[in-house]
Design a protein around this ligand. Structure first.
Ligand code: SAH
Ligand code: SF4
Ligand code: F3S
Length: 470
């Protein structure tokens, strides 16, 4: 079989990043190798996100650009997978007739046979059928050896929470947890291949194992992962506040590899809005969880998501959100303007907030958070942080980049005789602070492995940037 090339464009959350790697594994037996150059690809795959209207628009505008590519090279195969594919199905090929394959989130495992069908029969295929009972959630196969130190590992798929604004339960289905043995085996394999930090991912990781009865809940899973030799750091995301148990909070104190950072989306500071969102907790409940976390791990970084302009959000509701943001003092916030999604209950709610008001509220809250973030980052100047080296920095070719345990990005320049390598944990002195990153200097501390606990970050000095783009 002739060697071929696949170019994957990944949009959306970490779940999609993970799924794109699975696509590469699935396509390897068909002799497809990854290429970063779209022009050289025989197969172009878009792994899409439907969380907000803007994300969906991005898919169609990218597909618009591919019309010309397909005209020039009619043999190229274009596939659309992920959450928009699952949501749109046949509508997608009607709107974009140059697409050859539409494969929904449950059809991922069937991608090789869909590609073969297009290759052999030269016809369009759409597969948004459910996952077959015997089809696994995870595809075993080679680990692609890009030089990297961190990896995502999906531990559960889907969501049962049905927040009234959210499309995820419809495009990813009901909650299913993977077996603990399978997850641990995958992490061991990653560690053997140089990975030093894993992020366990799922829409609501705190609910891991509650439904499937694998005899292992999330805190127990974390304990097992913590025992894996060679692994240095564990992260997880996303946590739903209503399922954040005391045992999980205690894990931040008990487990040495669990980093002091939690992403805990609050969505709103108003009880009335939280009820209409069907979040299952009130403002005070959330604040109590934050207090417990800070008691157990005073250096913990807390980041969050907030939706601005949920239908019916009044000025007082928004002020309650601003108040909560000031009270908690988040390290970083992801702010989203509410947008209607097809089929979700909130799309039918009346009292939609006008775009102009959403815009004003968005800027107000952004400004409040920016001050916090910068203040917290500046408080770090002069301290030494433990940085896991991830690779070259995006900002400059001469710089390396890594993250602190609290997930702050640190860029630093290394000497010409450098022995620093990807996957190493280094002590780096912080010399300058910006709103999205820190500038560090590894000089003077030696380049030995550093095993300090948290590098002296105080709670009042938490930071920005969770590092993903929904
Ligand atoms: N499972 C995670 C979040 C997944 S979606 C959780 O429950 O926390 C990521 C974020 O997108 C959400 O936290 C929410 O803030 C935002 N979001 C989801 N649906 C949205 C919508 N219709 N409009 C605007 N933001 C939305
Ligand atoms: Fe969506 Fe809510 Fe589930 Fe998160 S918990 S994925 S916001 S339904
Ligand atoms: Fe987007 Fe699907 Fe993730 S809708 S946020 S890619 S689960």
């Amino acid at each position: 079989m002739k060697q071929k090339r696949v170019h994957i464009v990944t949009m959306g959350c970490q779940m999609n990043v993970y799924d794109s790697e699975q696509m590469l594994r699935l396509l390897a037996p068909l002799k497809y190798r990854p290429t970063s150059e779209l022009e050289k690809a025989d197969l172009i795959l878009l792994n899409t996100c439907s969380i907000r209207e803007k994300a969906e628009h991005k898919v169609y505008s990218f597909l618009g650009r591919l019309v010309r590519v397909k005209q020039r090279r009619p043999d190229i195969i274009i596939g659309v997978g992920g959450c928009v594919a699952q949501q749109e199905g046949y509508r997608l090929v009607e709107r974009a007739p140059h697409v050859d394959i539409v494969f929904g989130t449950f059809a991922l495992g069937r991608l090789p046979s869909l590609v073969r069908q297009v290759q052999d029969q030269k016809k369009q295929v759409v597969d948004i059928n459910p996952r077959g009972a015997s089809e696994p959630l995870y595809v075993k196969g080679p680990v692609f050896k890009a030089e990297r130190a961190t990896a995502f590992v999906t531990i559960m798929e889907g969501c049962d929470n049905f927040c009234t604004y959210c499309v995820v339960p419809y495009v990813r289905g009901r909650e299913v947890s993977r077996k603990p043995e399978e997850i641990l085996e995958e992490i061991r394999l990653l560690v053997e291949n140089g990975i030093r930090e894993v992020t366990l991912i799922g829409q609501n990781v705190n609910a891991y194992g509650q439904k499937n009865g694998h005899g292992c809940d999330f805190p127990s899973l974390l304990e097992h992962v913590n025992d894996i030799e060679g692994l240095r750091r564990i992260r997880f995301t996303t946590s739903h506040p209503k399922d954040l148990s005391d045992r999980l909070i205690d894990a931040f104190c008990r487990l040495d590899k669990l980093v002091p950072h939690i992403h805990l989306p609050v969505q709103s500071g108003s009880d009335r809005v939280l009820r209409r969102m069907n979040r299952g907790y009130a403002r005070d409940f959330y604040l109590k969880k934050v207090e417990k976390l800070c008691n157990v791990r005073p250096d913990i970084a807390i980041t969050s998501d907030i939706i601005i302009g949920f239908p019916g959000e009044e000025r007082v509701d928004f002020e309650a959100t601003v108040h909560l943001v000031r009270q908690v003092g988040f390290d970083s916030l992801f702010l989203f303007k509410y947008s209607d999604r097809p089929g979700v209950p909130a799309a039918r709610f009346s009292n939609k907030v006008p775009e102009a008001i959403k815009g004003e509220r968005f800027s107000t809250l952004l400004e409040v958070q920016r001050e916090f973030t910068l203040k917290k980052n500046k408080a770090l100047v002069g301290t030494t942080q433990e940085v896991l080296v991830e690779g070259p920095s995006k900002k400059s070719v001469d710089q390396l980049t890594g993250r602190t345990p609290c997930n702050r990005i640190v860029n630093f320049t290394d000497g010409a005789d450098s022995m620093v390598h990807v996957g190493q944990i280094l002590p780096v002195r912080i010399v300058e602070a910006f709103s999205h990153s820190l500038l560090g200097d590894p000089g003077g501390e030696g380049h030995g492995e550093y095993s300090g606990e948290n590098g002296g970050i105080s709670h009042a000095a938490r930071n920005e940037s969770f590092g993903f783009d929904y």
